[in-house]
Design a protein around this ligand. Sequence first.
Ligand code: A2P
Length: 281
Amino acid sequence: MNIQSNNNAASGNADNTTSTKPNPFADNMQKVTSIHHWNDHLFSFRLTRPQSMRFRSGEFAMIGLMGDNGKPILRAYSIASPFWDEELEFFSIKVQNGPLTSRLQHIKVGDEVILKPKATGTLVNDALIPGKRLYLLATGTGIAPFASLIRDPETYEKFEEVIVTHTCRHISDLSYGKDVVERTMNDPLIGEEAVQKLKYYPTTTQEPSEHEGRITNLINSGKLFKDLNLPALSPETDRIMICGSMPFNIDVKKICLENGFEEGSNSRPASFVLEKAFVGE
Ligand code: A2P
């Protein structure tokens, strides 16, 4: 990712009237409207959305804060809200010594965050060819783009079934995804379709829960399909989006290729797409 820097940048420059160098991010500041801390290492927050900003559900944008040295600290974050939402939602880890999230985790309602309004990404419906079933496979904060896609009516227009799997170490790491799924099912606009078409399959790897183990193992053993009463993966009917850590993406991509799936992109849609979740700093 291209991280911009500018030595003269200063948010809230008290000397604006005399300065000849305007804050280059003045037009890119958005206000925090809400924050929710899910546990000691995960939080979500919402920002005001620039009126002119357009994006497709599943895309990411650069967000950040001004550093103490006057340089911006920007990172790629998936937009977790759908394209139609009047605000923007994000889901983040908290890294205690991370340059951005060590500070971002302390934001309060009314604070300003830098948002570069140009969104991009491959976890979009446009990068997949038509199919019957959509699998959205996530670990950790990789659930964010899928939180956007499962709230987009187009996803339910394009697919008969939408299966979201979310693998985390602990049950509390699943809370944000669980909350989004529940809110989606109760949404007056898409709730009815979501109840019929959306299947949510959370798994934990380091704490007992209803479904245990890495999703890769649950796919390879066939347990995922048995539990959900679905046929084995097939490139004829199924489409897959992958979002998690690098090792996770590599392992799931291998499963896809072994099963005859082809990797797609915006310019060449195919049967699966992947993107790395925002994982480290
Ligand atoms: P595990 O606990 O067995 O490592 P992390 O926090 O390290 O990004 O991991 C988030 C979740 O993703 C954990 O439940 C972890 O399981 C799982 N995971 C990590 N790497 C892989 C992989 N290569 N394939 C499948 N699941 C993975």
